[in-house]
Design a protein around this ligand. Structure first.
Ligand code: IPM
Ligand code: MG
Length: 351
């Protein structure tokens, strides 16, 4: 079978990690008899440099013609600005999510046994952690009206009940295939959007067979560190999900390990690691490609329905870790340090 994948490497370590993910997908293709047809597009800072915009029309067209999208990362100090009138790389990513109508961003957080010492938290806290954050992706403060004066600024947080209902339904469906437990996270003691969120979430979740509860976001931030095993599926609005997923990443030892998939009404989903463009280490071949490679696992499983192929990559990652290979971010004394491309080779070899 032939699968068309748009590849958007972006900025910083994006291009380095994407090469490794393609390498692994190619190996899977060889082994299982599939053809992955990659076409590259521009997004983020590199798109600003070449085309003057972080999301060129050609990229939107490319994505529209593909079966799945694989993205590296966007942003970097070169394009950082506090000037409201200047374009920024992040607008490319946010614009892409919006253009693809991907409203549910799924971020699985599973502790690798091999990496239990890479986390800053105690083993007994993180051992066995297996949760999923479902982050709403096209609403909230990220997309509300923004104003900037010389001495004041505002960002508006807006939600429609339809936006809340669809993402909560999506989360309940995922929970249905897992521990059947949803925690809906909001700030209903302060924010009007959160009170609407809680009301709608309650309506939706009551009509499902999953167990559910509501939690305030500040408490959730604490509970994630205190006792992360209490969670199965967390569903929350855009900015809370952004913050909580970075926090939850540390339960696995490194944000470099984590994958994400963004799903919507359309058939094409977007896959990207959770980490950013890490400009401080770009070009040094020390970036961890496993988050991006794991995002390909989600792509194979959820977009192409290729479960055996997805498992082949998961097993390969586990074997490489068992053999003691580590990128810099998860390096420990008695382990063997692998560069970005070596890590990609190792995973490909195990497939
Ligand atoms: C993420 C990132 C993005 C976000 C940035 C790069 C715009 O932090 O995917 O979590 O805030 O959504
Ligand atoms: Mg983030």
């Amino acid at each position: 079978m032939n699968y068309r994948i748009s590849v958007l490497p972006g900025d910083g370590i994006g291009p380095e990690i994407i090469v490794e993910a393609k390498k692994v997908l190619e190996k899977v293709g060889e082994k299982f008899g599939h053809n992955f047809d990659f076409s590259e597009g521009l997004i983020g800072g590199c798109a600003i440099d070449k085309e003057g915009t972080p999301l060129p029309e050609s990229t939107i067209e490319l994505v529209g013609e593909s079966d799945a999208v694989l993205l590296g990362a966007v942003g970097g100090p070169k394009w950082d600005t506090t000037d409201a009138d200047k374009v920024r790389p992040e607008q490319g990513l946010l614009g892409l999510r919006k253009a693809m109508k991907t409203f549910a961003n799924v971020r699985p957080v599973k502790a690798y046994k091999e990496l239990k010492n890479a986390s800053t938290l105690k083993n007994e806290v993180i051992e066995g952690v297996d949760l999923v954050i479902v982050r709403e992706l096209t609403g909230g403060i990220y997309f509300g009206e923004q104003k900037r004066g010389s001495e004041e600024a505002s960002d508006t947080c807006e939600y429609k009940s339809s936006e809340i209902s669809r993402v909560v339904k999506f989360a309940a469906k995922i929970a249905g295939k897992r521990q059947k437990k949803v925690t809906s996270v909001d700030k209903a003691n302060v924010l009007e959007t959160s009170r609407l969120w809680r009301q709608k979430a309650e309506e939706i979740l009551k009509s499902t067979n999953v167990e559910f509860s509501h939690m305030l976001v500040d408490n959730c931030a604490m509970q994630l560190i205190r006792d992360p095993k209490q969670f199965d599926v967390i569903v929350t609005e855009n900015m809370f999900g952004d913050i909580l997923s970075d926090e939850a990443a540390m339960l696995t030892g490194s944000i470099g390990m984590l994958s994400s998939g963004s799903f919507g009404e359309g058939k094409t989903a977007l896959f990207e690691p959770i980490h950013g463009s890490a400009p401080d280490i770009a070009g040094q071949k020390v970036a961890n490609p496993l988050g991006t490679i794991s995002s390909c696992v989600l792509m194979l499983r959820h977009s192409f329905d290729l479960e055996n192929e997805a498992q082949a990559i998961e097993n390969a990652i586990n074997k490489v870790l068992e053999k003691g290979y580590r990128t810099l971010d998860i390096m420990e004394n008695d382990k063997k340090q692998a560069k970005t491309d070596e890590m990609g080779d190792l995973v490909a070899q195990e497939i």
